[in-house]
Design a protein around this ligand. Structure first.
Ligand code: FAD
Ligand code: AMP
Length: 475
């Protein structure tokens, strides 16, 4: 194997593998180094997203939603199913198969694009015209040289001091995606994206779920109106017991159960759980990466410092994805990967961080892009808004998913769309129209004048745009 490359990518998550493919497409001799191993001990490309993140979580969300529909919703349609039962092993098997199809697909894409794929831990050991990377493998080590390096090492679950994750009883995202039975009582620490998605899965499958969140506000990054309504729905209809403003004091693993002591509303409280999921965010992964050896700096929170084009302070070393500033989302990582590969090839790669869509795959789903109403208020910016409830949508009624609303915020003078916030069915799909509109600098009036199919959920976008000018047609 030749040991000198134009580009070395460290990490094969959605940032790294996409960067490697784009670099290879542009004619650069590319190597991608990745150390991830799946539960069976085999190398598995695709990083957090494909192995223990986006893909398996969405598979379980879909399965658990189907179970819940069969149990509680089909009756409304006049469909009676007797003796609905749950086979957790089959559900997990389906999820694992989907993961394997995708991770195996990355290996094929690497072959197709003539990317050298090395399994092992990469560490920068030397700088100069050519950077040296030592790769520690299962059977020894190898040093490779590369003119350009892309750090795409992603993130790891944040730990809580004194709480030992074993991924059997006390789990992070990896264990939470593989519980082999439905726990009677499940505790989730952290009401962020991962905590809410994992809590929803096991709640639908039958667990009593309590979510303990440190902050007094629920989903502080989302638009206030959305988080308020989402909290109401998740507690009243979905059945998640969400306790805000909790200070975890200690977690003790007894023989039978796990006891969590926490301060809440001025009182010291104790709850017992069968399993615990710790989902208190993720931290950038720069473990044993040799950043000091080449002079790459990290900020006070541990993220690799980069400029707006993902350049570190060291020429020809770039960093992308969860290991740098910005939202920890797979699509943001991938777009940065494309942009950096194009920059290395002499093109002008760029990612607009202002139009990254956020999605939370709860039921109803939450999605947004752009500014929240509270951000616009804080900036003192004049805006108008249109808000359309899904209960008025014919398609939402046919689906039986009428909770939530779509809200559009537009500049009061120019009418340019500044933000779109959705709580409702298929919010993850609907948000794409708003992203395209904002990228093209569209106004609310533009959306109001575009024909939307009837009956479709997208009519909510049309109506909200009409609502910005106070001329709803269905309200
Ligand atoms: P990662 O995917 O973390 O990949 C980094 C890779 O680098 C890993 O394979 C790691 O083993 C490897 N590596 C690290 N250091 C080294 C080294 N020194 N040498 C060799 N290899 C190394 N995002 C979404 O957009 N949508 C979702 O629905 C979504 N759902 C999620 C659900 C869960 C449960 C979790 C945990 C995350 C979810 N995310 C989601 C976030 C998403 O997974 C991350 O934003 C994304 O994976 C980041 O991509 P990345 O390429 O930067 O890093
Ligand atoms: P996310 O970053 O979306 O995965 O969300 C992580 C959530 O965990 C955020 O809402 C945090 O406020 C919350 N969180 C962080 N630390 C703690 C903690 N020690 N106890 C409870 N919640 C926490």
């Amino acid at each position: 194997m030749a040991n000198n490359f134009d580009v070395a990518v460290i990490g094969a998550g959605p940032g790294g593998y996409v960067a490697a493919i784009r670099a290879a497409q542009l004619g650069l001799n590319t190597v991608c180094i990745d150390e991830f191993k799946s539960a069976d001990g085999k190398p598995s490309l695709g990083g957090t997203c494909l192995n223990v993140g986006c893909i398996p979580s969405k598979a379980l969300l879909e399965s658990s939603e189907n179970y819940e529909r069969a149990l509680h919703k089909f009756g409304d349609h006049g469909i009676e199913i007797k003796d609905v039962s749950l086979d957790v092993a089959t559900m997990l098997g389906r999820k694992d198969k989907i993961v394997q199809q995708f991770t195996g697909g990355i290996s094929l894409l690497f072959k197709k694009n003539k990317i050298t794929s090395i399994h092992g831990h990469g560490r920068l050991t030397g700088a100069g015209d050519v950077f040296q990377i030592e790769v520690t493998k299962d059977n020894g080590s190898q040093t490779i040289g590369a003119k350009h390096v892309i750090i795409a090492t992603g993130s790891l679950p944040r730990q809580i001091e004194g709480v030992a994750v074993d991924n059997v009883r006390i789990c992070d995202n990896t264990g939470a995606l593989s519980l082999n039975e439905v726990p009677g009582k499940l505790g989730v620490i952290g009401a962020g994206v991962i905590g809410l998605e994992m809590g929803s899965v096991w709640r639908r499958l039958g667990s009593e779920v309590t979510v303990l969140e440190a902050l007094p506000d629920f989903l502080a990054a989302a638009d206030d109106a959305i988080s308020r309504e989402a909290l109401r729905i998740f507690t009243k209809s979905v059945g998640l017991d969400i306790k805000l403003g909790c200070k975890i004091q200690n977690v003790k693993a007894g023989k039978k159960s796990l006891s969590v002591e926490f301060e809440h509303e001025g009182e010291l409280r104790k709850m017992e759980f069968d399993r615990l999921v710790v989902a208190v965010g993720r931290v950038p992964n720069t473990e044993n990466l040799g950043l000091d050896a080449v002079g790459v700096k990290v900020d006070e929170r541990g993220f690799v410092e980069v400029d707006e084009r993902n350049r570190t302070g060291v020429p020809n070393i770039y960093a992308i994805g969860d290991v740098v500033r910005g939202p920890m989302l797979a699509h943001k990582s991938s777009e940065e990967g494309v942009a950096v590969a194009e920059t290395i090839a002499g093109q002008h790669g760029h990612v607009n961080l202002d139009t990254i869509p956020w999605v939370i795959y709860t039921s109803p789903e939450i999605a947004w892009v752009g500014k929240t109403e509270q951000q616009l208020k804080a900036e003192g910016r004049a805006y108008r808004s249109g808000q359309f409830p899904f209960i008025v949508s014919g398609r939402a009624r046919a689906l039986g998913e009428t909770a939530g609303f779509l809200k559009m915020l537009a500049d009061a003078d120019s009418d340019r769309i500044l933000g779109v916030h959705i709580l409702g069915p298929f919010a993850s799909e609907l948000i794409a129209e708003a992203v395209v509109a904002m990228e093209f600098g569209a106004t609310a009036e533009d959306i109001a004048r575009i024909v939307h199919a009837h009956p479709s959920l997208s009519e909510a976008m049309h109506e909200a745009a009409l609502g910005v000018d106070d001329r709803f047609l269905s309200l």
